[in-house]
Design a protein. Structure first.
Ligand SMILES: *Cc1c(COP(=O)(O)O)cnc(C)c1O
Length: 368
């Protein structure tokens, strides 16, 4: 008996390290490891430690609170808070030596006041919207904003950043136009030297070398996946597995309705195995009658609806499955593999969401 759930997420931390080194080599410039969303489900601190061991010294989080957690866990290096900060945040930002990202004058002024109080000079990165239509200043707002920053004591421009909306698609025009807008926006500012610019995410690093600038920001590739699904060329290693165990195996005659709604009826005498994992654990209900799990190194199809914390799989064709056998919902068992791209394709989403849902709803274990 264990005090933990039967369901486990296993993270291969050496695979994280190898993915980091591979992307660092391809990028040819420093790689910021994006560890937001609890490290894309892999555990923010564990993932950051694995990347740091592989040589990473730049980290990206969404919110201030995540940066503080990383510092408390002993992560050194630069930690960028990419969603920006509120006017109340500067004391915490500076106390934890986090790298501020800016897109408003009010935030800049609040940071300036606090930096002056402490007698320090803080480098800031300004976010530019070059076509993502999300956070950031439009390129034509940049020159007056940068001028205004110059009049704020205690802060100085350290970098400019932007983000592509379709970096996963090598043909996307928005990458070309976004890069052109970014380069134009940076040109005058860069002429003064010493400014870091960064725009490329995993997809841009892999598909569009011209976007690499002074550094890049990678998320999904470090966790082992190509942004657009199954990738060409660069070998990446998925680091996350999801493992459960069979609770019970039962025999049914043909014609029996299975699980809520009886959306599946046995078409032959069948043996079905019940697993203690369901949509509350991040195994999406959209996988009802579609998902496949691995048992004895073979694929067992999900039958009927996935419940809140159970699902039912067909083991009629797999010899000898019994209660307690290990079932793999994501990852490898023998020669068979279920990856996050497969689950994403079956549920109309992306690997990113599959990793977050499974990873952030189950207990994680790290293996070297
Ligand atoms: C999440 C994120 C990235 C990383 O994107 P991937 O496609 O996972 O490589 C890069 N930049 C910003 C601003 C992000 O929020």
């Amino acid at each position: 008996m264990s005090e933990h759930s039967v369901n486990r997420i296993v993270i291969d931390s050496s695979a994280l390290g190898r993915n980091y080194r591979r992307m660092r080599e391809i990028a040819g410039v420093p790689v910021m490891a994006m560890v937001k969303a609890d490290g894309y489900g892999h555990g923010m601190v564990g993932a950051a430690r694995a990347f740091a061991r592989a040589g990473c010294s730049l980290f990206g989080v969404a919110e201030l609170v995540e940066g503080i957690q990383l510092r408390r866990a002993g992560i050194d290096g630069d930690i960028y808070v990419t969603l920006g900060f509120t006017e109340q945040d500067p004391p915490l930002l500076l106390q934890h030596a986090l790298t501020p990202v800016l897109y408003s004058y009010e935030a800049a002024a609040a940071l300036s006041r606090h930096a002056v109080d402490l007698g320090v000079k803080v480098g800031v990165h300004v976010k530019v919207d070059t076509g993502m239509s999300r956070l950031g200043l439009f390129p034509d707002e940049l020159p007056p904003f940068i001028d205004a920053l110059k009049n704020l004591p205690g802060i100085e421009l350290a970098g400019l950043m932007s983000h592509f909306p379709e970096a996963d698609n090598p043909q996307a025009n928005s990458t070309v136009t976004g890069l052109a807008r970014f380069t134009r926006a940076c040109a005058d500012i860069l002429a003064n030297g010493g400014i870091i610019c960064h725009i490329a995410s995993s997809g841009a690093v892999l598909n569009t070398p011209a976007t690499r600038c002074s550094q890049v920001r990678c998320g999904i590739a470090l966790y082992g996946y190509h942004p657009a699904g199954r990738g060409e060329g660069v070998p990446l290693e998925p680091a996350m597995s999801c493992v459960s165990r069979v609770l019970q195996v039962k025999a049914f005659p043909a014609g029996v309705g299975i699980s809520y709604g009886h959306t599946y009826r046995t078409t032959r005498p069948s043996r079905l195995a019940v697993l203690p994992i369901g949509y509350e654990d991040g195994y999406s209900r959209a996988l009802s009658n579609r998902g496949e799990v691995l048992l004895h190194g073979r694929r067992a199809p999900v039958r009927g609806r996935i419940c809140m914390n159970m699902c039912i799989v067909d083991v009629t064709d797999i010899e000898g499955v019994k209660a307690g056998d290990e079932a793999v919902l994501l990852g490898r068992q023998g020669e068979a593999v279920v990856d996050a791209d497969e689950l994403a394709a079956k549920t109309g989403t992306v690997s990113y969401e599959i990793l977050c849902m499974l990873g952030n709803n189950n207990k994680r274990e790290y293996r070297d």
